[in-house]
Design a protein around this ligand. Sequence first.
Ligand SMILES: [Zn+2]
Ligand SMILES: [Zn+2]
Length: 334
Amino acid sequence: MQTMRAMLFEAPGQLLRLAELPIPQPGPGKVLLKVHACGVCHTDLHIVDGELSEPKLPLVLGHQIVGTVVQAGTGAKRFQTGVRVGVPWLGATDGTCRYCKRGQENLCDHPTFTGYNVDGGFAEYSVADERFCFPLPAAFTDVGAAPLLCAGLIGYRAYRMAGENVKTLGIYGFGAAAHIITQVAKHQGKKVYAFTRPSDTAAQEFALRQGADWAGDSTQAPPENLDAALIFAPVGALVVAALKATNKGGVVVCGGIHMSDIPAFPYNLLWEERIIRSVANLTRRDGEEFLDLAPQVPIRTDVTAFPLEQTGEVLEQLRSGQFVGAAVITIISV
Ligand SMILES: [Zn+2]
Ligand SMILES: [Zn+2]
């Protein structure tokens, strides 16, 4: 039996552990990928901490996978061997529920999430449903492309939900998603105001380097009111801060899968047709649209790469906000 190195998650609260696992076999409609790189996401931290409470166990985390197809299961004909693809959080849907039928597959009643219900990409090999893989633009390196697959893609869905007429955009929480979406928003002629944890000057300088027009603490008011705000930090109090900073009819979009409670706030902050909404997962259409747009901007991801065995430490660094930009695990095959 051939084996591979993988980072294994066995129970909430436990550290990830480097393990030797059998190389998985692709079932019908699936492809086996040799993993080159896999991005680290805040959602991984929510799984490790037990805030997303129903993972398959034991589990290989990781849902921003860049790899090449090395083997196809029965009936899988979409990709030739050797083609590079990306695998996102949405690993499969039932295709039959009311949400799938009306073009909202992101809300599917029976979804499969990569690195949550099935093993993901913090391993030398991974299996994916070929229908949910994306061909990747050649302009991006493996490491450069990985953050596009969740930070970029779900960030883009959140950005789209802000609406067409946005001229001033606030972004709360300046990590992987924010640095990508700032570039898209600037490309489309918008003003971007970036908010970070109080006195996180490194993140504020990073935001300005990505093209933000202003960067400050989340407790500060922006230089002008916002037409929309995107919240990428899992902090409920930011919803209230963002509402205070928005114009009439403004939209506050919560981009994360988990958030601390939103404090009570006076109705007048919501009055005048302000909207609070969340964004859940992604559709394949979001992915196709965003990966088409990425090389046109062109998006330049700011990535710090780490070896596989450091995945656990990287998650802790993400928790404490120790690095700016995106973290990606590079997989060195044996
Ligand atoms: Zn993610
Ligand atoms: Zn469905």
